[in-house]
Design a protein around this ligand. Structure first.
Ligand code: SAM
Length: 334
């Protein structure tokens, strides 16, 4: 998924820097507290004793329940086949986010909007009838979210839709399975505010990848929450927004305080923070806060970030960015 701040491309760098400091991971509990797509938890999943994954957004919880929480074989083939061949229905997504319904919005083609509704309703029906278990439920939902996102008619996020259906949005949604890695150990997945969850968990390695600017994930990805929750509400305004979480990590006046609060309450020996040079907190500010709690270090890598073109999801502009991995070996644990 094309996700703001995804560490998919940086996962090799982050993993090797973490392993340099921490060593063998097989007896360690690794926590990805702002997990997003789950890219970093996934990089450690088969090698750690346990992964704890968390994100405040429900769509991310669904992705992590699948990619991290699921770790044993499940039956999926006939369910995916049946879902992919369903006839479309005029449900909540079609009625509110497709132009054919007269909604005035065009986040999906009419065909794909109806297909999303049909698949989403069937998954819930199977779950209620206990025809699928929780593991299958999250696997199927994650598959739907990722494939719906691939045919969304947006420049990159759901803050706006495009006037014309772009090429990728004209393609018919196909339900490609969201395969996950198998492993023996069970993991834990949460859907909570990081600063509240930190008081209830403990482990060895804490990886932090909070938002680094003012863009709220809840508004930028509102439609993924709407598909994942499939609840009934009145979509708001031109973009059909739902009520959303406002993260304090996106607020310049709040971020330093809550970041420090997180460090203070963390019962983890090693803490790593991904943040880049365009963040609300400066590199020096982060260093000053982290140094209060133990031994500090820094690893840096340069990479090309691609800025989405306003009208199409291509012709991106490349921008050179420095990605920092701030490192803290905590002196005293809770
Ligand atoms: C930079 S993204 C993480 C990207 C992730 N590492 C990846 O590779 O996909 C930041 C994430 O923090 C989540 N978030 C924001 N505020 C939060 C909070 N207070 N508690 C937990 N998660 C939060 C957002 O929903 C978003 O998924």
């Amino acid at each position: 998924m094309n996700y703001i701040g995804s560490k998919d491309k940086l996962s090799k760098f982050i993993k090797s820097e973490i392993e340099k400091i921490v060593g063998e991971m097989k007896d360690k509990v690794f926590c990805d507290l702002f997990a997003g797509t789950g890219a970093i938890g996934r990089a450690f999943k088969t090698e750690s004793k346990k992964i704890i994954a968390n994100d405040i957004e429900y769509y991310s919880y669904v992705l992590n329940q699948n990619y991290i929480g699921n770790h044993e074989e499940i039956e999926w083939r006939e369910f995916v086949g049946e879902l992919d061949n369903l006839e479309g229905v005029e449900g909540f997504i079609y009625k509110n986010y497709c132009s054919g319904s007269g909604s005035g919005r065009q986040y999906f083609s009419d065909e794909n909007g109806k297909k999303i509704d049909a698949i989403r309703q069937k998954i819930e029906e199977w779950k209620n009838a206990e025809q699928i278990n929780e593991n299958q439920y999250y696997f199927l939902l994650a598959s739907l979210l990722e494939n719906a996102d691939a045919v969304a008619n947006t420049a990159s996020v759901y803050g706006a839709y495009l006037k014309q259906l772009k090429k990728s949005a004209q393609r018919t949604l196909t339900l490609k399975p969201a395969f996950f890695d198998l492993n023996e150990a069970a993991h834990e997945v949460f859907n909570e505010d990081a600063n509240s969850l930190i008081n209830k968990i403990e482990g060895d390695v804490l990886y932090l990848d909070p938002p680094y600017n003012a863009r709220q994930y809840g508004s930028n990805y509102h439609l993924l929450n709407t598909i994942a929750k499939y609840d009934n509400f009145t979509p708001n305004g031109k973009t059909g927004l739902r009520n959303y979480e406002r993260s304090l990590y996106c607020q310049s006046r709040e971020v330093a305080n809550i970041f420090e609060n997180l460090l203070e309450n963390a019962d983890f020996k090693y803490i790593f923070l991904s943040y880049n040079n365009e963040g609300l907190m400066s590199k020096d500010e982060v260093e000053k806060i982290m140094k209060k709690y133990g031994r500090y270090g820094l690893a840096t890598t340069e990479y090309q970030r691609f800025k989405a073109d306003k009208t199409e999801n291509r012709n991106h502009k490349a921008i050179g960015t420095s990605e920092y991995l701030h490192i803290l070996e905590k002196k005293e644990l809770r």
